[in-house]
Each structure stands twice: as structure tokens, then as C-alpha cells.
Write a new protein. Structure first.
Length: 246
């Protein structure tokens, strides 16, 4: 059974008295990711771009195409860099939330920085997941969304089970989300109201909303994994593999 309200209410109790570290962690991640976005902002809004747009009293398709090609020439490189950095941060942050879900003890930012040591597994997980979601998205946007939800538990699994390979985490993620992809999608939608309020606060509210969401989804992960084990979809030994593939 997927109990969305229960996961969210429990998240509030888990974060009580421990907001400082997750808010600071979220702030740090956002600052670094913003720095990586600066070159993209420059390419989009540099002086030449503004001049060309200002001079578009007569639309020149060829000139526009040249400008567009120049602006997107490094798109794949910048996308890969952002994917790598965000994957490393995601792994470290999830490590913190998992520790908070297992123990009521307060944590410091040291737990987050220690999680950065898992950078290699983080990159493999992020790139492998992105690759498959991208390939499914080529068929249509709906298959991409469905598979994104199916693979959504990979970071939790590789973080919690240190010997689990990335490829196996994908297989297990598909197993534990089977029958719950719609529940996960609705759970994402349930935060829209809070997202609007966070936006109205000039984005400041996101530093509290993001930890609240992450903690809620960690609780959902634990519940789905337990359900899969209880129903025999998974065996405990399936989580303790020494498989050393990707």
C-alpha cells in the first residue's frame, strides 16, 4: 500500500529540529549548480545576441540559424557536465536523508561532504539512468516519464547497498516501483501547491520544500522496498549482490 500522506507527515517529524543541515545543504547545491549555469546564461544573453534581436526588424532566417547553432554547439558538453555534478550532489544528499530516516540523531554537513566520496558510483548511476530515460523518451514523452519513475529508486539503492551494481539497481528499482509509478507521479504533483508558495517567496521557500520532498520520497522508497520483500518480489539476498558490473 502506498500511503502518500503518511510519508509526508512522517517527513515533517523526521526533519523537526534538523532543518538547518538540510537547508544549508540545499543552498550549497543550488549555488554550485547556478555557477555551472552561468555560461549558458551568457551564451543566451550576450551582447551580440541582444544586438541581433534588436536589429530584427526584418527576420533573417539564415542569420538566426547561425546564432542558434553557435549557442547550442556546446549543449551536449554542458548537459553532460551538469548531469555529472548533479548526480554527485544527488548521491551525497540522498545519503544524508537515508541516514536521517534510519536514526533520530542530528547530523552535520560533514555527512554530506563524506557522501561526495561516492562520486564514481554517483556518476555511473546518473549517466546510466539518464541514458535509458533519454532513449525511451525518443519514442514519446509518456514512455520517458514512465521509465523515469521506474528508475527513480536507483540512487537510493546504490547508496544504501554499497555492493549493488548500477545495472542491478535499475532492475530492482523497476521491481519495487511496479504498481506504484502512478502513486509516485501523483506524489510529485501533490507538492505543486507548495511549489507555488515557494515561488511567491522569491524562491526562498524552496530551501525548505526540497528537503521536505526528498525526505518524503525516502520514506516512500523504504515502504516500497519493504512491500517488495514482504510480497516475495525480492529476496534479501537480491540486495546483497557482489556483482561488479557497471
Amino acid at each position: 500500500m502506498f500511503e502518500r500522506k503518511k510519508y509526508k507527515n512522517f517527513a515533517v517529524r523526521q526533519l523537526k529540529g534538523r532543518w538547518t543541515v538540510v537547508v544549508l545543504m540545499t543552498l550549497l547545491i543550488e549555488i554550485v549548480m547556478f555557477i555551472f549555469e552561468i555560461p549558458n546564461f551568457y551564451r543566451m544573453f550576450n551582447k551580440e545576441s541582444f544586438q541581433i534581436l534588436m536589429e530584427y526588424t526584418s527576420f533573417d532566417v539564415n542569420e538566426f540559424y547561425t546564432l542558434y547553432s553557435d549557442a547550442t554547439s556546446t549543449t551536449w558538453a554542458s548537459t553532460l557536465i551538469r548531469l555529472i555534478v548533479s548526480s554527485i550532489f544527488t548521491m551525497a544528499a540522498i545519503g544524508v536523508y537515508l541516514k536521517m530516516s534510519h536514526s533520530p540523531e542530528k547530523l552535520s554537513l560533514k555527512a554530506f561532504f563524506e557522501g561526495l566520496n561516492n562520486w564514481w558510483r554517483a556518476i555511473l548511476t546518473g549517466v546510466w539512468r539518464f541514458l535509458w530515460v533519454f532513449l525511451w523518451s525518443l519514442l514519446f514523452i509518456i514512455p520517458g516519464i514512465v521509465k523515469s519513475l521506474a528508475y527513480s529508486q536507483m540512487f537510493y539503492l546504490v547508496n544504501e547497498f554499497k555492493d549493488m551494481s548500477v545495472t542491478r539497481s535499475m532492475k530492482i528499482s523497476k521491481i519495487i516501483t511496479n504498481g506504484h509509478k502512478g502513486d509516485l507521479f501523483v506524489m510529485h504533483l501533490s507538492f505543486i501547491g507548495w511549489g507555488i508558495l515557494a515561488t511567491l517567496s522569491f524562491g526562498i521557500g524552496y530551501f525548505w520544500l526540497v528537503p521536505y520532498m526528498n525526505m518524503s520520497f525516502v520514506n516512500a522508497y523504504h515502504s516500497m522496498l519493504k512491500e517488495a520483500l514482504d510480497m516475495g518480489k525480492l529476496k534479501p539476498e537480491d540486495l546483497q549482490t557482489n556483482e561488479q558490473k557497471i
